[in-house]
Design a protein around this ligand. Sequence first.
Ligand SMILES: *Cc1c(COP(=O)(O)O)cnc(C)c1O
Length: 468
Amino acid sequence: MQYQSTRGAAPRLSFAEILLEGLAPDGGLYLPASYPQWTPVQLRRMQSMDYADLAFEVLLPFVEPMPAEVLRALLRQTYTAQAFGSDAIIRLQRLDDRIGLLGVSQGPTLAFKDMAMQLLGRLFEHALAAGDAELNILGATSGDTGSAAEYAMRGRRGIRVFMLSPFGRMSPFQTAQMYSLDEPNIHNIAVQDVFDTCQDMVKAVSADLAFKRRWRIGTINSINWARVAAQVVYYFAGYLRSVRDVGEPLDVTVPSGNFGNILAAHLARGMGLPLRRLVLATNENDVLDEFLRSGVYRPRATAQTHHTSSPSMDISKASNFERYVFDMLGRDAARTRALFEDELAQRGFFDLSADPAFARMREGMVSGSSDHATRLRTIRETWQGSGVIIDPHTADGVAVARRHLEPGVPMLVVETALPAKFEATIQEAIGRSPERPRAAHDIERKPQRFVVMKPDVEALKTYIAEHC
Ligand SMILES: *Cc1c(COP(=O)(O)O)cnc(C)c1O
């Protein structure tokens, strides 16, 4: 498979060449040159496969010419009952006779990001070993991404992680999850400032190209193609295990932030999976809901981003959205470039409301937003109605899903985290704490390992250089 940039001015590359890359050199994002197509007969054959075998079928066309047996081995090592809590890897639960939950948060950090990140850790290690190379991953986190990355990269040969987090501003559980890791290749750096400052420090270091090259600095943000590809698999698994026969309709709701997860659903559908409608749910940060209602995409300034009780969806712009727009514009790179480079830079928004592409988008994707009160009410009602405790992000999904139910079409809501990660909000909603997976029982009591740092880019560079 060859990969092309959404802005059309970068060379086509192989999977191995884009694996460790972020943006394409022309500022665009990589997408496969074409999507493999699956027929109902082939999909039926997949219905009896276990998760790793299904992932092998779906991912092989994307990674070729990587040898099939290498991919199969990496997938078998990744998707184990030990890492994901059961042989099924994903978990399907019913909330009522119309809505089901697609549980993809049974991994080590209790959020769906593990599903892709755990595979990424092995793919990176494999790629680096082949070239006898090293990689220093530098990132900033407000919670979920950083811990998923650390748990995926811990102990991996040739890889170090330098993860910046806002000192004293994450939940006690998230803090414990990250800081209790005791691995020599994981460096937790607690910055005495807010998350945005952490992110600015990462950007400043990455902008120093000489430093970046000298210390082989890389990132693993949500635009990494392999992360998106790995997420395509759980839509296949979710659909094939939910329906009796391939071809039955199914709607899917995805609590969204950077548009990575719902992009994977869009791709799965484009590959022949009979998902009917995709429902995009946002929290108070409703950039994407606004777009799907009006055709106007208007990213917010960081200062206008609300801090909400579904914090992993607190985004000001949706970094994977460009891939979807490119696809829906019939893969017109010149148009995509004009929208994301010229119009966004000059006017701060673009307007597709009059474009036929927008009508096509709305046929396949609808949306809604949620807020704190809705979230609490949805957690409470779901608990009372089904006995299932859902996390605040999933609650945004369930709330929006209810507004888009249609007769005769079952709905699956993606459970993007387990409630144990967000105890305070669950307490507020139902007056009790969610159950914790056994491995997380005493996590706050484990010793924590981190360094505290002032928001000082030079100090960060010195720290990295001294620990490589
Ligand atoms: C990352 C995250 C999201 C948002 O997913 P995107 O792929 O960025 O749209 C939603 N919920 C939780 C719990 C997350 O960690």
